[in-house]
Write a protein of this length. Structure first.
Lengths: 410, 410
């Protein structure tokens, strides 16, 4: 069967622009993997009447409603009380939950104030979802023909309880386990990807498959979800077609991250990369070192914003800088080679370009970037002309540098 | 008068977790500046019935509804058609809009396909909002007692049209212009800030003032909005109190950014900073170079992940590394001084620490960070113990480094 699912989030902080409701986006993505597109999402503040109306309306339309927030100990936390009111049932103390809340406070070495008892009270008839990620348990209860599940809004708790209590139950209500895949591309634009995917999406063999993409600038992630008999085999066949279409532009799948992949490949080979960055200004280094264990794969990065630093620290010959300018293929090559030599590393990456908003010329407009990779087999170079603002140009160039290394590492 | 405002966003991509609805968060923040807390926000897909129901419901509850998305040329773009259906009026071609769409295509050097005419058709009676940020104009129309404004979902167009057409009209419906302020803090936690603000928030003189904060990790932004007579003076008085409470932890206000502030101050003084980063791994450099014009304030950053690089490129004495370990105050000082010397800069920043998840010891647990700033008057050092994962520790340390320099620049 197909399920109508709605999401409901509560919290004044979500309506003032103070906090972004990332829980919903995350859950929508996870539900999509099950083949479910959320029908409606509603955000309301910590107001009794608004909340009650929103709960009634959502439960009147949907098979399942997942609600986030309002489960804490303060006066603003109204969820359990409002749901009990909608159902016309009392709140009841759940002893195991009370003991769990008490244990949590003991573990944190804090005194439990009386208002925390509130977190162990649920509408009569509710199924309680113990919370091993935080203090407040969640609960599910039938409201009309809908199942309403209420969870705390703290992202790690919300996500943990969704994985444990919500997604498996929804999956069980669907016909067969859906098979969902994500392939991650670099170097292919969204509209190009969309066009190239048409034959796969329009293939009668793939009728009923949900295709989608996730813009994760500057990457493009393609995803599809298949339900029904033979779902795994059908999803795998689509993966083969997509890989055939995009070739080496597909760098990974599932939860893989480009920088982590590069670090893992370098570490497995016992090799390191040294970085020489001009226009990306430390962004490549920052992406690589964000990966836990990056120190095995990188020990040197140089941000060389001036000709002087390029010449002194990276041994870029001054005549090269004068003849070609700092933004040029020869300088990118010399930077990559200089970084490689300075660190005694197997690989050296050089990036030089014009990120903007100023500094462009008719010959070298803003967005012009030269990249080079020096390695055991010599040095290769790439020239790119990115469109967009400083932030986009820098981000594009940084991922291009990682992708250049990824391709070389095979 | 106080206005009930609801937001409505449409687009399947918003319900699949593919795209985050940043437009709403942005508009909520801007409305809050006017003293308006949005009452409800609804997200629905590109479905005629769902959309019509959501429009009817929102317009039945609110004084003003701002809707985003569904204004483009494709079949999925249903907004104008659905609104016309709700009102029972026809769509009518707006000649000036058609000419504007044509001009836009001519300017982009692209052929206008017939489906683009759709973007110039609006429900009879609508006021059209010309769009100088993109192709599709917006429109406002009365639906019952509510004013419904429909805008394109592309963020730059949505925001531009909100600033031009939505916010001034809403402000005009309020009693007097509200005065809104934002002060930006570093080095004060959210819960501490909340506690320290209590006396100001509870002050009877500030009755009716809306206080809020925006978590912008690792910064905290405090904001307040005052309406009614003497709003500007009252807002200014609150600012004075807040500045007195938090002192030098307040680094800026309004739309200021910490890295941009540091770059501006260095540039004004004709000085530069050189960076020596270990645990932050290029994050400080990346924040600084994200600022347009950063090349006037920075020409060298070194990511020194190994002792060898610290010794060779930053001249950190090997005995110091052996005696104290790489994560120590003496090494942070030597890194800052080494970077300053290598670049011939007025300032040198050094950061060394244990970002985790591994590498901690009982004496130096994960989160231990030493920072140093070398300057014309000598070198100062800071030790910090941050809590959280690798991402948090790195981010905290990078902002701490910028803040250390900000304080020194006065």
């Amino acid at each position: 069967m197909s399920l109508v699912v709605e999401l409901l989030s509560t919290g004044d902080e979500l309506l003032t622009g103070q906090v972004v409701d990332t829980n919903s986006t995350w859950l929508m993505d996870r539900l999509w993997d099950l083949g479910i597109m959320v029908r409606r999402k509603t955000l309301v503040g910590d107001d009794r009447d608004d909340l009650a109306a929103a709960v009634r309306e959502a439960c009147g339309r949907a098979d399942a409603v997942v609600m986030s927030g309002g489960m804490g100990p303060t006066e603003d936390d109204l969820t359990a009380e409002v749901v009990a009111g909608v159902l016309g049932v009392p709140l009841e103390l759940d002893e195991p939950s009370l003991r769990a809340v008490e244990a949590r406070f003991a573990w944190m070495g804090r005194v439990m104030t009386p208002n925390n008892v509130k977190q162990a009270r649920f509408p009569r008839g509710a199924v309680v979802h113990p919370n091993r990620f935080g203090t407040a348990p969640g609960f599910s209860v039938a409201v009309g023909r809908a199942t309403l599940t209420c969870l705390p809004g703290v992202p790690v708790e919300f996500k943990g309880l969704c994985e444990e209590a919500v997604l498996p139950r929804l999956a069980a209500r669907l016909d067969g386990a859906p098979a969902a895949r994500v392939l991650k591309l670099f170097g292919v634009g969204e509209s190009h990807a969309d066009q190239a995917m048409r034959p796969v999406m329009d293939d009668p063999a793939n009728r009923g498959v949900r295709f989608g993409y996730r813009a994760h600038f500057p990457e493009v992630h393609l995803k599809w979800s298949v339900t029904g008999p033979g779902a795994e085999a059908r999803a795998a066949a689509i993966e083969a077609s997509v890989r055939a279409i995009f070739g080496a532009a597909v760098w990974g799948s599932g939860k893989e991250e480009l920088a982590a992949l590069v670090v893992a490949r370098l570490t497995a080979r016992g090799e390191r990369v040294a970085l020489a960055e001009s226009c990306t200004g430390g962004l490549v280094a920052s992406l690589v070192t964000a990966v836990a264990g990056a120190s095995a794969a990188l020990d040197l990065g140089v941000v060389a914003y001036s000709n002087d630093v390029k010449a002194r620290l990276l041994s870029v010959p001054e005549p090269l800088l004068l003849a070609h300018g700092a933004v040029s293929e020869p300088v990118a090559r010399a930077m990559a080679e200089g970084a490689r030599r300075a660190a005694g590393a197997a690989w050296g990456l050089g990036v030089t370009g014009i990120a903007g908003p100023t500094g462009g010329t008719p010959e070298k407009p803003v967005g012009t970037v030269h990249l080079a990779l020096a390695g055991p087999g010599g040095t290769e170079a790439l020239a790119r002309h990115y469109r967009g603002d400083r932030e986009r140009v820098r981000r594009f160039a940084a991922y291009e540098a990682l992708d250049l290394l990824r391709r070389a590492l095979g």
